[in-house]
Ligand binder design. Structure first.
Ligand SMILES: *Cc1c(COP(=O)(O)O)cnc(C)c1O
Length: 390
């Protein structure tokens, strides 16, 4: 047997930032103490800075879906008309949540791999002047496509509706000017570009969105935005917080601040660009060629090959966990992630591994061709050698 390291290379959970993991060991701390209040307050402040917003930022002990659920239950009422952009499994999740709470949903759908356009949103708003909200994914992780949330913000800002953005994999992979673009609710999750384990959900709430909380009548209890805002201002969370994860987050945010959010975004975008170049060089097709995002690159398996074989081979040969397609895309595509704690060394290895796997399954590949394409992007972008230790 040879050495085979475990590598978590999925678009959530993502690779963990080691100092953040170490910070979790200091969680023998009580959450109603000054010591913890200090940590919590500064984590919320740093999160707000990293998200680049003046809006209130709240945190819940939940996976990202918890903040999606909280947004619907706190800001809307049964029967409210809403428009949901659905271009993948996470768009479908918005539809399911909105329907579960009895909202009157108009679905704007795009085929998997494509996106819902700003024009479609503007048209739906014009046709439905009573619409109270527009829901979208900044980055649709299931297909690798990214929506034009900037354009959508412009369209929604002219109306009485709010724009609710699931940016769970958008944060840290694309520029998001929350205040400037009119993004009323922006949702994030800990296990994506924040480089820590799953279990924290974040959301930034605009003044326009807060007004919705005053009139909304849907029932909610655990996820209470107003209560959480009041608690957060006092340096506490309403319920027992995930102290370990908050310690980890505080550490990871320091790292993001050190490199800078724009650089984190650029990192993901460069890796995504290099990945596209590499897989195309290998003769593979992108699943979302028209609006590719930088959180993850979805690649079609070669004709006649189940993408599950590639996923399994990565695990068996290289101890690497990469993502298959979800739902009906399972078996059709595999997904190479770039969000958070990924670097070029990871990518070179993934592409080299992919070449070996394709070759082993009779797909003609010239060893090194894909890697060279990625190397060229690296060289072109003149990624500066770093002497500072992460
Ligand atoms: C990961 C993810 C979510 C959240 O899923 P959870 O399992 O609840 O963390 C939501 N939307 C998108 C686009 C995601 O990538």
């Amino acid at each position: 047997m040879h050495i085979r390291k475990q590598r978590l290379l999925t678009p959530g959970p993502t690779p963990l930032y080691p100092p953040a993991l170490h910070a979790m060991m200091a969680s023998d701390i009580h959450h109603r103490t000054e010591d913890f209040r200090k940590v919590y307050k500064s984590a919320l402040a740093d999160l707000k800075e990293v998200m680049g917003t003046s809006h209130d930022v709240l945190m819940f002990a939940a996976s990202g879906t918890g903040a999606m659920d909280a947004t619907v239950s706190n800001l809307f009422s049964r029967g409210d008309k809403v428009i949901v952009c659905s271009a993948g499994k996470f768009g479908e999740r918005w539809v399911e949540i909105a329907k579960a709470y009895g909202l009157d949903v108009t679905v704007l759908s795009a085929p998997y791999g494509e996106v819902v356009t700003v024009e479609a949103v503007a048209g739906a708003l014009a046709a439905e002047p009573a619409a109270r909200g527009v829901f979208v994914q900044a980055s649709e992780t299931s297909t690798g496509a990214a929506h034009d949330v900037r354009g959508m913000g412009r369209a929604v800002a002219k109306t009485d509706a709010i724009l609710v953005v699931d940016a769970i994999t958008g944060l840290g992979t694309m520029p998001l000017d929350i205040d400037g673009w009119g993004l009323d609710v922006v949702i994030g999750g800990s296990q994506k570009a924040f480089m820590i384990p799953p279990g924290l959900a974040f959301l930034a709430v605009s003044p326009k969105a807060w007004k919705f909380a005053d009139t909304a009548t849907l029932p909610h209890y655990y996820f209470n935005l107003k209560k959480e805002k009041k608690s957060g201002d006092a340096g506490e969370s309403s319920w027992t917080p995930s102290t370990a994860l908050i310690l980890a987050l505080a550490e990871a945010l320091k790292y993001v601040q050190q490199i800078g959010m724009p650089k984190l975004v650029e990192n993901a975008q460069l890796l995504a660009r290099a990945t596209r170049a590499a897989v195309e060089k290998l003769g593979l097709e992108l699943f979302a060629p028209h609006s590719p995002g930088a959180s993850v690159t979805a690649v079609k398996a070669p004709r006649g090959m189940d993408s599950g074989v590639i996923v399994k081979e990565f695990r068996n040969r290289f101890g690497a966990i990469i993502a298959n397609g979800q739902g009906s895309m399972k078996g059709q595509i595999f997904r190479i992630a770039h969000l958070g704690y990924f670097d070029f060394a990871d990518l070179f290895a993934v592409i080299a591994g992919l070449e070996i796997i394709l070759h082993a399954h009779g797909v003609p590949v010239e060893f090194g061709a894909g890697v060279a394409a990625a190397q060229e992007i690296y060289a072109e972008a003149a990624v500066a050698p770093q002497t500072v230790n992460a």
